[in-house]
Design a protein around this ligand. Structure first.
Ligand code: SF4
Length: 321
């Protein structure tokens, strides 16, 4: 089915002429927002495994890669995704060792690294650029929002300036940047989402992953939810806001994901996030019925309040909120 936005599948067909699937790896990293380096407890929505809850952490990195590749067709192509926690949070030599442990096969075409902007340095970007001589190298940054007040509320542990700096460092080496955003964060409105998109367009990001905020059991967000301090958005609101993102993001940005993923046994609320196919169909249908395509309302010159005229724009935003 053709989606009204530029998908990873489309990109991979352009690059390799075939579907490219993903191997998710738990690289045994932790996160500076959990171990006390920049914070403790982590982002309020983050579960104990820092994403990738389905992965078997008792296996070595190599075993995880082999478990998939040993059964895969000889002519298949793969994205190797270091998923859990912060996969650039270690000295460069350790990073090299762990990435190499998984890069066991020429069928791997893309090295995909999930991390935080405050764990991107010039030295780490140089390392990633070395890998980019042989593989496509993608760096995924979990921004979630460009609003620094929301970032404080969710205990993200870095500010927008830090994110912009990381994007600059990566892009100066020609490395593509994929950004994760969450819709429905506590206190956020459509104005915050528009601002986040303006920031991303301005930074010239290459890819985006969008999902709705969901509440996992045993997280800080779960405590807020159970105390009645936070209510998730409805599925309909998510569909409308996701369509807003897709119609305002640059048409050149690859849309890697428009739904979240949570193991049912770990999910507290809302239930509707398990209906991924319905969400995708509903977003596509809303766009098609309105004649919308990705970037049809893209405004390359939109000024986000997180960058220039910050104070003035923050006041406008507060008034709107
Ligand atoms: S940065 Fe990522 S891994 Fe670390 S606490 Fe936040 S969501 Fe979890």
């Amino acid at each position: 089915m053709k989606h009204p936005y530029y998908t990873t599948n489309q990109l991979m067909h352009e690059h390799y002429g075939q579907k490219v699937r993903k191997i998710c790896i738990d690289g045994g990293f932790t996160c500076p927002n959990r171990d006390g380096t920049c914070g403790t407890g982590g982002c309020t929505f983050c579960g104990e495994r820092g994403a990738g809850e389905q992965l078997d952490a008792s296996r070595t990195i190599r075993q995880q890669a082999e478990a998939v590749l040993n059964r895969a067709a000889p002519d298949s192509a793969w994205i190797l995704y270091f998923q859990n926690f912060t996969n650039t949070y270690a000295p460069v030599e350790i990073l090299r060792q762990r990435y190499d442990e998984a890069l066991i096969d020429d069928r791997i075409k893309v090295l995909d690294i999930g991390t935080r902007p405050d764990c991107i340095t010039e030295e780490i970007a140089d390392l990633l650029a070395e890998y980019a001589k042989k593989y496509e190298v993608w760096t995924e940054l979990g921004l979630q929002t460009a609003n620094d007040r929301t970032a404080k509320r969710i205990n993200r542990g870095y500010d927008l300036r830090c994110f912009e700096n990381a994007v600059r460092i990566l892009k100066s080496r020609g490395l593509p940047v994929i950004v994760h955003i969450i819709l429905g964060l506590p206190g956020e409105t459509i104005a915050d989402i528009r601002n986040t998109i303006a920031v991303l367009n301005r930074c010239g990001i290459d890819g985006i992953k969008i999902h709705s905020l969901f509440i996992m059991k045993d997280t800080k967000l779960a405590e807020e939810y159970l105390r009645g301090e936070f209510t998730p958005i409805s599925m309909q609101t998510y569909i409308e806001w996701a369509a807003e993102v897709l119609t305002h993001i640059s048409p050149d940005v690859v849309v890697h994901r428009i739904t979240g993923n949570c193991l049912r046994e770990l999910l507290l609320a809302p239930d509707w996030i398990m209906q991924r196919d319905l969400m995708i169909c509903s977003i596509d249908r809303m766009m098609m019925q309105n004649g919308w395509t990705q970037g049809c309302f893209y405004q390359p010159d939109a000024v986000p309040y997180g960058t220039e005229n910050s104070a003035e724009r923050m006041e406008i935003h507060e008034f709107q909120g």
